[in-house]
Write a protein that binds this ligand. Structure first.
Ligand code: SF4
Length: 359
């Protein structure tokens, strides 16, 4: 495939958060990081990267936890890729993982940041096994704005945490907007089986469905009043501040995933790279998820309905889904017009119902 987008999985963090189900090593060792980067480069040469990349997304893990020397090599590698003009280069970042030196290193290459603040309440952060502090959020944000000079900064928050009240959630949102970010993600906590979180709090969501819905609704209205409009179930941005990489993924564009546990989509099949790091380094091949063309089409369609803009007829012809789409419209979950189909606010909140009906 000649992918339109690239995802690079950086499998290192400074510790491990209790709720995390992503693959990452809890320690950054320079030697392992160098082996990882060498293989990223080697794997990239196995693919046809002749189509200018619209987006590159460094996720993980914590890309900014990489040693400065490796981070610098990674930036050089990205600059050698065939990038489209105005390509979006995002890096995830954790508070406290970015030094002034690293802020200088990413300057000029990374042009968008997604930082995991999660909460501004130290006791909540501690309860979910985060090692970062609200003070580190402020320090890191300052480095990104004033040293890296990055214009598009995003903060990630988690709601529906154990012991979180509506008042605490409001305070977290207020604090987040006080940084004047261009993007805010507000994710519901989903307890993942097998994590220390579920051992401590159980597998059921800690807050009632009603309170979760109330928090989701409040976040939408509150952020909207600051110009950060919801454009996907959990994502809000100033006009033009939307994450293009994720928008492309939700709308079925192709992407190549490099690194352990990274996923790829070639327009037909999905692939998941081997993990942990040792398996991936030793060359264990990716797992292929191959389904019929019809199922894939439906999957792509339902993913696009996670976004407020939904689908335009010129992008996706949904005529054969019309009977089920009519029923979803009767239930108030989507809105069909001649040229577009979009989820309603209720449809975004109950997206699982839309997905179940389409698959
Ligand atoms: S920082 Fe992110 S990727 Fe790393 S352990 Fe915590 S939640 Fe997982």
């Amino acid at each position: 495939m000649t992918p339109e987008n690239l995802y690079i999985h950086v499998p290192f963090c400074n510790g491990k958060c209790d709720y995390c189900a992503f693959y990452s090593e809890p320690e950054v060792k320079e030697e392992s990081a160098q082996l990882w980067l060498n293989k990223i480069k080697e794997d990239s040469r196995q693919h046809d990267l002749s189509h200018p990349l619209e987006t590159v997304y460094l996720g993980g893990g914590t890309p900014t936890a990489l040693p400065a020397n490796i981070l610098s090599q990674l930036m050089t590698f990205i600059q050698t890729l065939p990038l489209a003009e105005n390509a979006e280069i995002t890096s995830e970042c954790n508070p406290g993982s970015l030094t002034r030196e690293k802020a200088e290193i990413i300057k000029g290459t990374v042009n968008r940041i997604s930082m995991g603040a999660q909460s501004f309440h130290a006791d909540l952060l501690k309860a979910i096994g985060r090692r970062t502090t609200p003070v580190q959020v402020a320090q890191t944000f300052d480095l990104l704005r004033n040293v890296s000079g990055i214009q598009r900064l995003g903060l990630d928050l988690i709601c529906a945490l154990p012991g979180q009240t509506m008042q605490i959630w409001k305070e977290d949102l207020e604090k987040a907007v006080s940084f004047q970010p261009e993007h805010i993600s507000a994710y519901m906590l989903i307890p993942e089986p097998g994590t220390p979180f579920t051992k401590k709090f159980g597998e059921e969501p800690p807050l009632s469905e009603e309170l979760q819905a109330e928090m989701w609704e409040f976040a939408g209205d509150f952020l909207d009043s600051y110009g950060l409009s919801r454009y996907e179930i959990s994502n809000h941005a100033l006009p033009g501040g939307e994450c293009r990489h994720n928008q492309n993924v939700w709308h079925g564009k192709t992407y190549l995933g490099l690194g352990p546990s990274a996923c790829s989509f070639d327009g037909k099949d999905r692939f998941t790279n081997a993990a942990p790091l040792s398996e991936w380094l030793s060359g264990v091949p990716p797992e292929i998820d191959s389904v019929s063309e019809e199922i894939r089409r439906r999957e792509v369609f339902m993913m696009g309905l996670r976004t407020v803009r939904g689908w335009n007829k010129s992008e996706f012809n949904w005529n054969d889904f019309l009977p089920v789409l009519q029923l979803l419209q009767d239930d108030g979950l989507i809105k069909i017009s001649e040229h577009a189909v979009k989820p309603t606010k209720q449809g975004l909140l109950c997206w699982n119902t839309i997905a179940e009906n389409l698959i």
